[in-house]
Design a protein around this ligand. Sequence first.
Ligand code: ASP
Length: 442
Amino acid sequence: MLKVAKFGGSSMADAGQYQKVRDIIARDPARKIVVVSAAGKRFSGDHKLTDLLYLCHAHLQYGVDCGGVFDMIRGRYLEIRDALSLKLDLESDFAALREKMDRGISQDELVSRGEYFSAKLMAAFLGYEFIDSADWLRFNLDGSIDQEASYPLLRESAADKCAVIPGFYGTMPDGQIRTLTRGGSDITGALAAAALDADVYENWTDVSGILMADPRIVPEAQTIRRITYSELRELSYVGAQVLHEQTIFPVREKNIPLNIRNTNDPEHPGTLIMERFDDDDRDETFITGIAGKKDHTVITVTRSGMSSQVGEFRRILGVFEKHRVSVAYALTGIDCFSVVIEEKLLSPRRYAILAELQTDMHPDAINVSDGIAVVAVVGRKMAFRTGSSGKIFAKLGEHGINVRMISQGPEELNIIVGVKNEDYEKAIAVLYRSFVKQEVKS
Ligand code: ASP
C-alpha cells in the first residue's frame, strides 16, 4: 500500500505544523511519499513564502535592494529548523542562493526555492530522503508536463523509499528550473501519485474537505464525503475552489482516489474523490454540492427562420471565438440562440462583438441581460431521480426567485440555473436548505 501525501502551505507554516505533519505520517506507514508546498501564512496578515520570493525577484528586476525581504525568507526557514532542533546547514544554501541572485537568477528558479527549503527541512525532520523535483519533473518546450519522461525518472529514484519531494517546480529540456502555475504543488503531488501508482493521493490542507455550499452563504454547510471526478469538475467550473484545476487529471487517468484532509483535524475523513462509487445510497439527497458565480451576461440573438438554416449557431459562436472570448454556456430556442459569458471576459470586447453580430447575422433582435448569476446544482444521483429539476424550480419559485435561464447537462450530473445577481445568495441557501438533510446535532 502506497499513499502520496501532499501538504499545503498552511501545513508547512511553522514548527508546530511540522509536528502535526509528522504525527500524521507516523500514524500510517503507507504514507511513504510526502510532497510539500512552501511555508504559508501563520496568521492573517502574515506572508506566504512564495509571495515574498516573487517580491524579492521584483526588487532584483528593478535594481532595488532586496536584502530585507531575503532576510525575512531566510529567517522563516532558520526559525523552523531551530525550533525543531534540526542539524541542517541551511546557511550555506542561502549564501549560495544570494550569490546566484547577484549574478542573475530567473524568476522561476528563485520562487521555486520556497518548496525546495520546505522539502529539505521536512525530509530531515521525518528522517526521509529528499528527492529534488528538478531531477524528475520534466516540462516540454511548450510548458506542458512531459509525463512520459517524468514518471520513469521518479520511479527510479523513489521506488520503495520514504521520501519528501518539493512541489511546484521541475525543469525544462535545457535544465532551467520552471514552476507550475500558482498553487501548483497540488499538481506535483498528483503527478507523483500517478508516477508511482499510489493507492491513494492525500491532499492535506486547512479545511476538512470540500463543503456542499459556500459557508459564507450557508454557514451550516456539510462536508461532501464522496464526490466523483466529473462532479468535482462541474463544481470547480462554476467557481468552487479547492484544488488547483489541473490536479485531477494525472490521478484520474490512473483511477487513483484523491482524499482531501485537514492537517488541523486529522481524524476527519475529509472528502474522497473517485471515478465512481458503486455502493451509492440512492435514498440520500440527490445533491452532492451547490456552487455558483455572479456577474454573467446573457446575449440572445433572434432571427425568424434561424433554426432551420445550417451553420447559424456556428457563425454566432465564431464571432466570440474570433474575439477570444470564452462562452460558459450556450442555450438554444426556436429561432434564437443565447450565450452566457462571464462579464469580466466579455467587457473588453463587448461592443465589438455586438457590432459584429449585428452585421454578420442580420438578426431581428439582439438582447443583452447583465447581472446574471449562475448556480449549479451538481449530483450524480440526479440521474436516478425523476423530477429533480422540477423540484428545484418549484422551490426557487416558492421563494420568489425568478429563473432567467436553465441548462441541464446530458449526463444528468448538473442542473444550471441563471438568476439575478441579487437573488444569488438566496437561491443557494434555498436549494441547500430544501434538499440537504440537516445533520442531527447532539
Ligand atoms: N507555493 C506555491 C504557491 O504559493 C505553490 C503551492 O503552494 O502549491 O503558489
